[in-house]
Ligand binder design. Structure first.
Ligand SMILES: [Zn+2]
Ligand SMILES: [Zn+2]
Length: 307
């Protein structure tokens, strides 16, 4: 990375190592630390270190590339589907017209399956499905154009209410309590489909009713939305661990910005499985500094609960 020195007076040629991320800022975005203290500059604006910014860009690019592949695939499948339907319809319309003409009808030696009533189901069925697809596309467009207003306090309150209701179901432990919780969460996700905390909670329910594949797909989706969300990281670490992918599990544990005791447990578990005794002991010491001297005791207790 090139090192640029700040050209502002009295900024002592400090290195410009931050990007201002204030949405309405009109100033030069790349700035030095002092720029964020100055009244005439980015004072009270929010800044990101350049490497953090680039990390975000990298993450966004990954997502965009995945979306591009998905769009290409969908386009191919859609084109195939629509071409097949159009061909089927064109042939059957021509055929049908022949049978309507009395003079013609008696001359036709071979009448195909026009009289089979099951064939009547096809056109309404496909039409109904196309209606649903159009409705879905409309909803996607509406969601995309409203994405900006999602981050309001009202939404936060709404999300919390849904979480409390779902947790209530989960805690009560009656038959079908996880399924009821999922229903509540689905209502919320219909309104706010990208809410990571709701998705994580739904995943936990899905795991508990043994719908592992759905849970895995959903948690990968949440990870694409926010790869730093702690609940998402915890679930993903758990999945990797259960699949014996200990290296991957370690990578996920490293992603968390904040120290998280449960992620630390997974890291220790994975290091144990990889027989990295030295690293394990070093990390254990590190954790005792971060989480207190009882860390290892708590870890062992947690192990007992799990098994
Ligand atoms: Zn400066
Ligand atoms: Zn600014």
């Amino acid at each position: 990375m090139n090192q640029y020195e700040c050209q502002q007076d009295q900024h002592n040629n400090l290195t410009c190592s931050y990007i201002c991320i204030e949405p309405f800022c009109k100033l030069k975005r790349i700035s030095c630390f002092q720029c964020f203290q100055d009244k005439d500059s980015h004072e009270s604006h929010q800044g990101l270190a350049i490497d953090e910014f680039q990390q975000k860009v990298k993450f966004r690019l990954q997502n965009l590339n995945q979306l591009k592949d998905a769009l290409d695939l969908t386009k191919t499948l859609f084109n195939q589907f629509i071409n097949n339907q159009i061909e089927f319809i064109r042939n059957h319309i021509l055929e049908g017209k022949k049978y309507l003409d009395d003079n013609n009808l008696y001359k036709i030696r071979f009448i195909n399956d026009y009289f089979i009533s099951e064939q009547d189901n096809r056109a309404p069925y496909v039409q109904e499905q196309l209606f649903k697809i159009r409705k879905k596309i409309k909803r996607i467009n509406e969601f995309i154009s409203n994405i900006k207003c999602m981050d309001t306090k009202l939404v936060t309150k709404e999300i919390n209410d849904i979480k409390i209701k779902a947790m209530d179901c989960i805690k009560r432990k009656y038959v079908g309590h996880y399924k009821d919780a999922i229903q509540i969460l689905n209502k919320g996700l219909k309104e706010i489909p990208t809410c990571c905390s709701l998705i994580s909670l739904k995943c936990t329910c899905l795991i508990n009713i043994n719908k592992i594949d759905s849970a895995q797909r959903l948690i990968n989706y949440a990870f694409q939305i926010n790869c730093y969300d702690e609940t998402v990281l915890l679930l993903l670490a758990k999945f990797m661990y259960l699949k014996n992918q200990y290296g991957k599990c370690l990578e996920i544990c490293e992603l968390s910005f904040e120290p998280n005791q449960y992620l630390a447990y997974f890291k220790l578990d994975s290091l144990k499985q990889l027989q990295e005794t030295q690293k394990m002991l070093a990390f254990q010491k590190e954790c005792e500094k971060k989480f207190g001297y009882q860390f290892y005791e708590q870890y062992l207790k947690h192990q007992n609960i799990k098994h």
